[in-house]
Design a binder for this molecule. Structure first.
Ligand SMILES: NC(=O)C1=CN([C@@H]2O[C@H](COP(=O)(O)OP(=O)(O)OC[C@H]3O[C@@H](n4cnc5c(N)ncnc54)[C@H](OP(=O)(O)O)[C@@H]3O)[C@@H](O)[C@H]2O)[C@@H](O)CC1
Ligand SMILES: Nc1ncnc2c1ncn2[C@@H]1O[C@H](COP(=O)(O)OP(=O)(O)O)[C@@H](O)[C@H]1O
Ligand SMILES: [K+]
Length: 487
């Protein structure tokens, strides 16, 4: 289950519901400590030195509770109840050159501007150049607004507890949170809060895609048609087709303008390739269509946009539209019960909405709602850091996977191909929400897996890794070895 993105007040409400149901603060803190330590053991090289900073509230208790689980590691603990009296201890600990700092100074209990000595202490820690892992919230950040209460620690990673706090998703917070990860199960009762924004977890895909029936054949898994590529952009068609293969639909046909047919066809084997012809039957017997990657050249056959417009309004099969083809999608109603997905990056979203990229980025949720509203309630995948997935109404899902190494030309073509390859499979079509969320998550998770192994990877590597990240391997990387959840 995805978790809701919550305000501090909602988090307190959830906390209270848990205590009323008999869960205890002590048990939750113990579990959080075990989870934090599990994350550190997994990500921190064995000989690296860790400094735990424990403040005076429960955020400090959480950080301190990691200590018993870090035996055999080089760990220092500094209690910071008062910034001035703690400074000598802190300086001594920093002089030992900690590679990592576990930040438990302040969490969601920070409720007013920090006084000057606190700000100085925080800036001193930021200067230490250790990698900071913040517990719940980077200390100093207002968890509701995402803005600093004077000074804020700049984390490499924030491990937020139970659910992401809304301020952590605000663009102003990004430089402080670093990578945002959620430790979902800290022993609270099931979440009583409903929110417009939900955070996707790898756990959401433990049973998805469903296993293939033993007697299945290629007809079981559909036939994807991709209309892509043009002079100067033939690679986009190749990348989309190869990524679609990673989703493993039964068959894939790529239809590309005659000008690039030979160069595209020469790079594909299992994919059938045809030069574009207005006579090619569409939707024919295809089970999904992808229009987009690389349909950008000035000499693009005029029937392609016209065909897309007709099919978008009439065809009863899923259609994914990406990149420059987005400009040819007609506004207004779409066929009832037919899946329609648009995958704009923020620049394309701005063009479609007649606004600026900054405007889109300043309220990405509103951009998703507005786009979906204009295009008949279609699903929108608004790409970029924390890709959003949603429609005009209903929940909007935040994707947690992926990293800046994805910021290279062609990675969007790969996403479009992979997503369309899943859309083409009749056994998966019954749950479009999970299908789209999975495609986006897997694309980002593949990038994360590559970045962990070798940072200089390229988009062709992404295609090879796509589909290979098992959700259970990355689910709750902060899961303690022995479960301590109360019954
Ligand atoms: N919510 C949950 O479900 C769960 C929460 N958990 C954990 O608890 C954390 C919240 O703990 P918390 O409430 O004890 O607050 P926390 O952030 O540690 O700090 C508050 C302390 O700071 C102080 N203080 C405040 N402003 C200040 C200022 N400007 N300048 C100076 N001081 C200031 C304030 O003191 P006072 O206002 O009384 O002066 C208080 O002493 C949460 O983030 C998570 O880690 C999990 O363990 C379990 C589930
Ligand atoms: N910082 C980032 N964190 C996570 N994902 C990112 C980041 N930057 C880019 N991406 C992802 O990379 C892909 C880029 O797509 P797009 O901009 O369409 O590229 P192109 O048009 O070159 O193929 C999208 O899936 C986007 O979400
Ligand atoms: K913190």
């Amino acid at each position: 289950m995805p978790v809701p993105v919550v305000s501090v007040a909602q988090m307190r409400q959830w906390e209270q519901a848990s205590w009323s149901a008999g869960r205890t603060e002590a048990a939750v803190i113990a579990r959080v400590g075990a989870c934090l330590a599990a994350w550190l053991r997994r990500h921190v090289p064995h000989n690296d030195r860790i400094l735990i900073l424990a403040g005076k509230g429960h955020n400090g208790d959480d950080a301190r509770a990691a200590l018993p689980h870090l035996q055999g590691r080089a760990v220092d603990l500094v209690e910071v109840r008062d910034p001035e009296t703690a400074l000598p201890d802190l300086e001594r600990a920093l002089a030992r050159g900690p590679d990592w700092i576990l930040d438990g100074l302040f969490g969601i209990g920070l409720n007013r501007p920090l006084a000057e000595p606190w700000c100085r202490l925080i800036e001193r820690i930021n200067q230490a150049r250790s990698r900071i892992v913040s517990v719940d919230v980077p200390s100093g950040l207002d968890a509701d607004t995402g803005r600093p209460w004077g000074a804020t620690l700049r984390a490499t990673c924030t491990l937020t507890l139970a659910a992401p706090k809304q301020g952590l998703l605000h663009p102003a917070a990004h430089t402080f949170t670093g990578r945002l990860e959620v430790i979902p199960d800290i022993g609270l009762v099931p979440c009583p809060i409903q929110s417009e924004l939900c955070w996707t977890l790898p756990e959401d895909f433990l049973d998805w895609p469903p296993p293939r029936p033993v007697a299945a054949h290629k007809g079981t898994f559909g036939h994807l048609a991709i209309v892509a590529g043009s002079t100067g952009y033939h690679g986009a068609a190749v990348l989309a087709a190869r990524a679609a293969q990673r989703a493993r639909p039964g068959l894939i046909t790529l239809i590309t303008p005659a000008s690039v047919y030979a160069v595209v066809a020469s790079q594909l084997q299992a994919v059938m390739v045809h030069p574009w012809s207005a006579a090619h039957p569409l939707p024919g017997r295809y089970t999904a269509l992808l229009f987009g990657p690389g349909l950008a050249a000035a000499d693009l056959p005029a029937e392609i946009p016209a065909t897309l417009a007709r099919l978008w309004q009439e065809a009863n099969v899923p259609i994914v539209v990406d990149a420059s083809a987005l400009d040819h999608v007609p506004r207004g109603p779409i066929p009832r019960d037919a899946l329609r997905v648009l995958t704009p990056h923020p620049g394309e979203a701005a063009r479609l909405l007649g606004t600026t990229t900054n405007e889109v980025q300043s309220n990405r949720v509103a951009a998703v709602r507005a786009l979906s509203g204009q295009f008949g309630g279609a699903w929108i995948v608004l790409k970029g850091y924390q890709t959003l997935i949603g429609r005009q109404h209903g929940p909007i899902f935040v994707n947690p996977s992926g990293n800046p190494d994805l910021a290279q030309g062609g990675s969007g073509d790969v996403l479009a191909g992979y997503l369309a390859g899943l859309c083409a499979q009749p056994p998966l079509q019954g749950d479009p929400e999970r299908l789209i969320r999975y495609a986006v998550w897997q694309h980002g998770a593949a990038a994360d897996a590559l970045s962990r192994r070798h940072p200089a990877w390229v988009v062709e590597d992404l295609v090879r890794t796509l589909g290979r990240v098992a959700p259970h391997r990355v689910a709750s990387t902060a899961r303690p070895a022995t479960p301590t959840t109360p019954p």
